[in-house]
Design a protein around this ligand. Structure first.
Ligand code: 3H9
Length: 659
């Protein structure tokens, strides 16, 4: 029978007496208004045609259904709503089975829950990622999932947004079966269910788990949610499923969903979602093909180089690590193997993948082996003389079409490029430590970088699973330049009267995992001190300069590793140090400054303003292409809370940026 079109994105055809409904709404089959309308029409059709015994729902392409259409959030509602579609599905008089061909996310997973049966294809996956968007499932997910998988698993899945594969879904009871031919299996299940009372998920009892297990699962989610409200609401709603009627649970869920959808937190997380999809897109590269990269050379296998090597190996690249001596090469290989081992222990890497990675790794003291590399990344000591000498040497070793990347944090990559015979093949790849874990990579488009070199660096970073953000050349690139402004402002405030611990507490209450002075102590104070000393001769003598950090360094207080910094760690715990307080008092007195008090709101406002102002300067100078890129850098590299959207988002959307 020919296909029937129920809406522009939903069509159906009859197979073995079953209406097979396909949702085809590129790119991810989101449940936009025409999908919802088409589904209802398809169900009406199946109910009306006597020869149809049931319905199978599937998705076109790689995705089953990617969830609600996030672009519709904030727009006037269009009927039918997704919860209404779910009611229609669940109450359909004929069996409806989901044939899950790909990702069933959020509202997509909720569609499967409202069906009377679920068959997973081998490429299927399931997740309720709503909390990552600052919302809770809003189409019955919090009430139906615990009825299928139990309260504990539902808390864990909805509270974390974690994606699961078919085998775990089967174990949990989320699906009835896994089949290579999911469509045929779903048709078989419809035939099995036809003529029997419908298996309505909403009518099932929630399996009552041990209260201690429910409490432990809830606590785990809440402990990770750092000031966000969606995970706590998700946990509350799942727990409600075993306490209230199905209808009351649905009503509460809907009200909570609508309230959260319109919250600042959800707006911020939606901004981050779309910002991530924009990142690394460069207009001038639209028709530029990247070069083929199969082998990555990494010069320097210290902490940073080893982390980059692990990221490249696990992404499938062949890696040649280069050290200065055989002994250092052996140590480098051990360091890389050690990181792979840790990944295996933590369950992030399969043992077989570790073996494959090691088989693709060579670490050598012979730099000549880089002749076969398609891309060479230097991760050596951050010193201009060292780096320019290395790049000049690489000129004579690598192939003419090989790309050279510098991982410098603060040096000028244009100066490094200028020292080579072919500056057009030089690009910056600024990784963050630990490079195998941190998602952010600043891809530096240098003065002479060729477009296909930039495109290749972006493609390489993406293949590593990183979030690449393009930036121009400036001291510290996007992140460290904003971080410097942030730190400078924090130090101004200390001089003005705020204690470091007050500033840290205000930042932590806002959502940063750590306040700036705690971060400063963790990273070590000596690197920034050395840089300040280098810059002393060129500093504007009229510009405000706070000497407290220098005085801490002069007293040997380099941070956590020396037991003392802005705080005292000699007891093993961080504590406020009266010596630092005295030093601050003396520094204020030396400048004749009388301290004033600050509220936490004032502290956060002033720091966010400093970050946003520096961000605006980066945009004006053309260093950053879009303000959302700046937000991503600060969120993914510097602990800015994602649920606040980043400093630029905070500044653009709220004049008062108090917590
Ligand atoms: C929800 O369901 C609420 C319900 O409980 C209740 C409702 C009442 N909507 O990521 P990609 C776009 S909340 C609109 O690069 P991939 C995306 O912007 C939703 N657009 O592809 C991009 O556009 P562009 C819960 C969406 O293959 C393009 O699709 N669902 C949506 O790497 C390709 O995206 C989620 O949170 C959407 N839902 O990954 C799932 N999703 O090309 C969110 C994507 O213009 N989505 N777009 O930049 C994902 O996780 C990934 O997109 C997915 C595909 C895994 C699906």
């Amino acid at each position: 029978m020919s296909a029937t079109r129920f809406s522009e994105s939903v069509s159906g055809s009859i197979r073995d007496g079953v209406l097979v409904v396909t949702i085809d709404n590129a790119p991810v089959n989101a449940t936009s208004a025409h999908v919802r309308q088409g589904l209802v029409k398809a169900l009406d059709h199946a109910s009306a045609v006597g020869t149809v015994i049931g319905v199978v729902i599937t998705g076109a392409g790689r995705t089953f259904v990617g969830g609600a259409d996030i672009r519709e959030f904030g727009k006037p509602p269009v009927e039918p709503t997704l919860p209404e579609v779910m009611q229609r599905l669940e109450n359909c008089g004929k069996p409806v089975v989901a044939a899950v061909n790909g990702a069933a996310l959020g509202g997509g997973c909720e569609i499967t829950l409202a069906c009377h049966g679920r068959i997973a294809g081998e490429a299927a996956s399931f997740a309720m990622p709503e909390v990552k968007l600052g919302i809770v499932p809003g189409a019955g997910g919090t009430q139906r999932l615990p009825r299928l998988v139990g309260t504990v698993a539902a808390i864990e899945l909805i509270g974390s947004g974690r994606t699961i594969k078919p085998d775990e879904a089967l174990k949990l009871g989320l699906v009835d079966g896994i089949a290579a031919d999911h469509l045929a299996a779903a048709l078989g299940l419809v035939h099995q269910l036809a003529g029997q009372p419908q298996r309505r998920t909403g009518l099932l009892d929630v399996h009552v788990a041990e209260p201690a297990a429910v409490d432990a699962a809830s606590k785990k989610i809440l402990s990770r949610s750092r000031g966000q409200s969606a995970p706590a609401e998700a946990v509350r709603l799942v727990r409600l499923a075993s306490e209230a009627t199905f209808q009351d649970g649905l009503t509460d869920e809907r009200a909570t969903f609508l309230r959260l959808r319109d919250s600042r937190e959800a707006a911020a997380l939606r901004h981050v979602f779309f910002a991530e999809r924009q990142a690394g897109k460069v207009d001038k590269l639209n028709s530029v093909a990247p070069r083929k990269i199969e082998t990555a050379g990494i010069v320097g296998t210290g902490l940073m180089g080893a982390g980059i090597a692990v990221a490249a190996l696990t992404a499938g690249y062949r890696v040649i690590g280069v050290e200065q001596t055989e002994d250092a090469a052996t140590k480098g290989r051990e360091r890389i193997a050690g990181i792979l081992d840790k990944s295996v222990q933590s369950g992030r890497l399969a043992t077989t993948v570790r073996e494959e990675c090691l088989a693709r790794l060579a670490v050598t003291a012979n730099i000549g082996e880089l002749a076969t590399a398609d891309l060479v990344i230097e991760a050596v000591f951050d010193d201009l003389t060292v780096k320019t000498a290395l790049f000049q040497r690489l000129d004579g070793i690598v192939r003419p079409d090989a790309i050279l990347a510098t991982n410098t944090s603060y040096l000028n990559p244009d100066e490094i490029a200028a020292a080579t015979a072919h500056p057009e093949r030089v690009v910056g790849l600024h990784f963050f430590s630990p490079a195998n874990i941190m998602r952010l990579v600043e891809v530096v488009d240098c003065k002479a970088t060729a477009p296909d070199v930039l495109a290749s660096a972006l493609a390489f970073a993406r293949k590593l699973g990183k979030l690449p953000v393009v930036c121009g050349v400036t001291e510290g690139f996007i992140g460290n330049r904003i971080f410097s402004a942030y730190r400078r402002e924090a130090e101004f405030m200390v001089e003005d009267g705020a204690a470091p611990e007050e500033i840290d507490a205000a930042l932590e209450a806002y959502g940063f995992p750590m306040g700036i002075f705690t971060v400063y102590d963790m990273a070590g104070l000596e690197i920034a001190w050395a840089r300040r000393k280098r810059q002393a001769a060129t500093r504007d003598p009229k510009a405000r300069y706070v000497e407290i950090a220098d005085q801490l360094c002069e007293a040997g207080r380099f941070g956590r590793k020396t037991g003392k910094g802005w705080y005292d760690y000699s007891s093993g715990e961080k504590s406020v140090d009266p010596e630092v307080a005295a030093l601050i008092v003396a520094a204020r007195a030396a400048k004749d400054m009388s301290p004033r008090s600050f509220t936490p709101g004032e502290i956060v406002n002033r720091l966010l303003r400093a970050m946003a102002d520096e961000g605006t300067a980066l945009l004006t100078e053309g260093i950053a292409a879009r303000s959302s890129d700046i937000d991503l850098v600060m969120i993914n590299g510097y602990g800015f809370p994602a649920h606040k959207g980043g400093p630029m988002f905070a500044a653009e959307t709220h004049k008062d940026m108090t917590p």
